[in-house]
Write a new protein. Structure first.
Length: 535
């Protein structure tokens, strides 16, 4: 048998393999793990050509996978001012004015990651940012990824009048006089303005993508489940992999929209098995609703403002028919469903469509879930793909937009990761980047604490829904692998499995959750190749 390419000795390894939970050494060859055990076991798989790593400082776990990610959209959308820490109108104006000075007098002023509470007293209005942008057009994306606010100059450049109509429930919000306020809800409306923003060159985009991938590796990510894609995404992945720039595994979907004819959907079926060494397709992505903060989540009962009663697909029966098309063609179906009515609709569609052998469907977000529908995830073998990090904008007093719209009675049904896990359902964890940080250390801390790690005075949000330290790690490893039916390939440190590893300074399961966000990531290995190393 050929010797290992790479081996780590003297480490502390949590394998998540029930047959050998702990080890000190790992050997890898041709992208696969070939030996796991004590140092003597692994040395037997090495020779003089094997690269040996001293693992005495390393606490190794299976490579971490983020199960809900927007890799390329996120890399583009995070160009401009980072507004994630902005909490007042004055802070927003200061940030945009600084961005205007940075980009110069002829450019658009862009920002991203804003929370809704900034406009809590005024309503979302573009005229409030006009002075900060000066005569230049301004575009600001909210953290949810479904909402934007733009300046009057931007509306004029894009020729947005407020009379536009859409096939989905996208909206150009208007005032009582029928004039656009600058608030844009959902992609149809948002894209009217984004289409007017000068496009970066292909070389600029490519540089942003490669730069982003390196930052994902640096926090320990070895895999992601992308949530927006098209056939051109596959072309980009081929290019990245061919150039040696794809250093993270990726499952990429084909996004299906309400207006897409069924014949066009069927034309995508031959793309099901598109793949490279580190990426593959095989997933159809749907949206059945929006987000709670803008009243576009589909709820069983209206929210506190009388909204939340409309699905993203104007005809839910057509959504169910589209799910059936892709399910019968052997695709995994993934549906964005935030509200409890949206979740129910997705579960109903999956039950009616069934799935191909070895394929399980999934629902993304599940921010509201009824007692009636909770057991259906296990019964139907549907994955709950959840992002506890979405609670970042919650306020302890309940005054944030999410909790205000949901109200106190429904708040107890929020982000029920603990209940779902106790029911026996698969719970995969992710970030929804760029909606929230992609750092899995912060994600695991939120899953365990139901509050920000390190902020001990912050009241936990429904602490009975917290996951245990081991469950949080499994949400990024074994549960992520099970989500995409790769249980025999990844999620464990085991001979025959992929050589994807994340090494910390301390075992993340043993680490105090409040210390997790700052836990050093010392080594990241993807496909047997070191893609990040410190020290």
């Amino acid at each position: 048998m050929p010797a290992a390419d790479l081996a780590i000795l003297g480490a502390r390894v949590r394998t998540l393999d029930p047959d050998r939970p702990r080890a000190t050494a790992i050997a890898m060859r041709d992208g696969a793990i070939v030996a796991v055990g004590d140092d003597a076991d692994v040395r037997a798989a090495c020779d003089a050509r094997t690269e040996l790593i001293d693992g005495s400082a390393l606490a190794i776990v299976p490579g971490l996978t983020d199960s809900h990610f927007h890799p390329f959209w996120g890399a583009e959308a995070t160009q401009g001012a980072d507004l994630t820490r902005v909490r007042t109108i004055d802070q927003l104006r200061q940030a945009l004015a600084a961005e205007r000075r940075r980009v110069g007098p002829d450019a658009w002023v862009l920002g991203w990651g804003l929370v809704f509470e900034v406009f809590g007293e005024t309503g979302i209005r573009g005229d409030l940012i006009a002075d900060a942008a000066g005569s230049q057009p301004a575009y600001v994306g909210f953290f949810d990824g479904h909402t934007a606010v733009v300046s009057p100059a931007a509306l004029a450049l894009a020729d947005v009048t407020g009379r536009e109509t859409f096939d989905d429930f996208s909206t150009v919000v208007c005032d009582e006089h029928g004039l656009p306020t600058g608030e844009l809800r959902e992609n149809g409306a948002i894209n009217l303005v984004r289409a007017a923003i000068p496009k970066p060159t292909a070389a600029q985009r490519y540089h942003w993508y490669v730069e982003a991938i390196r930052t994902w590796n640096a926090v320990g990510l070895t895999g992601i489940h992308a949530m927006d894609g098209s056939p051109t995404t596959f072309d980009l992945l081929r290019e990245l992999e061919g150039n040696g720039d794809l250093t993270v595994r990726m499952v990429a979907p084909l996004w299906q929209k309400p207006e897409t004819p069924f014949d066009e959907m069927r034309a995508q079926f031959p793309l099901r098995d598109e793949r490279g060494r580190l990426w593959r397709g095989g997933v159809a992505k749907f949206f059945i609703d929006g987000v709670i903060e803008t009243g576009t989540a589909w709820l069983c009962d209206p929210d506190s403002k009388g909204e939340g009663v409309t699905p993203f697909w104007p005809e839910p029966a057509r959504y169910a028919a589209a799910v059936r098309l892709f399910a019968e063609a052997g695709f995994q179906c993934a549906t964005h469903a935030v509200g409890d009515r949206g979740v129910r609709c997705a579960l109903d569609a999956y039950r009616a469509a069934d799935s191909a052998p070895g394929v399980r469907h999934r629902i993304e977000h599940i921010e509201q879930l009824t007692d009636e529908d909770l057991p259906r995830f296990r019964e139907q073998d549907v994955v709950a793909s959840m992002q506890p990090l979405h609670m970042l904008a919650f306020r302890a007093d309940g005054s944030d937009e999410w909790q205000t719209r949901v109200g106190p009675e429904r708040r107890c049904r929020a982000f029920r990761a603990g209940d779902l896990r106790r029911s026996g359902a698969t719970v995969a964890l992710g970030s929804d980047w760029m909606v929230a940080t992609f750092d899995p250390r912060i994600g695991m801390a939120w899953a365990r604490l139901r509050r920000p790690g390190g902020e001990r005075d912050f009241a936990p949000v429904l602490p009975d829904q917290a996951l245990s330290p081991l469950e949080a790690l499994k949400g990024y490893t074994t549960q992520a692998a099970h989500t995409v039916s790769e249980d025999q390939l990844s999620g464990r440190v085991k001979p025959g499995y992929r050589a994807d590893l994340t090494a910390f300074a301390e075992d993340p399961v043993d680490c105090d959750a409040d210390d997790l966000p700052d836990l050093p990531v010392l080594l990241t290995v993807v496909d047997g190749q070191i893609v990040h190393r410190t020290g």
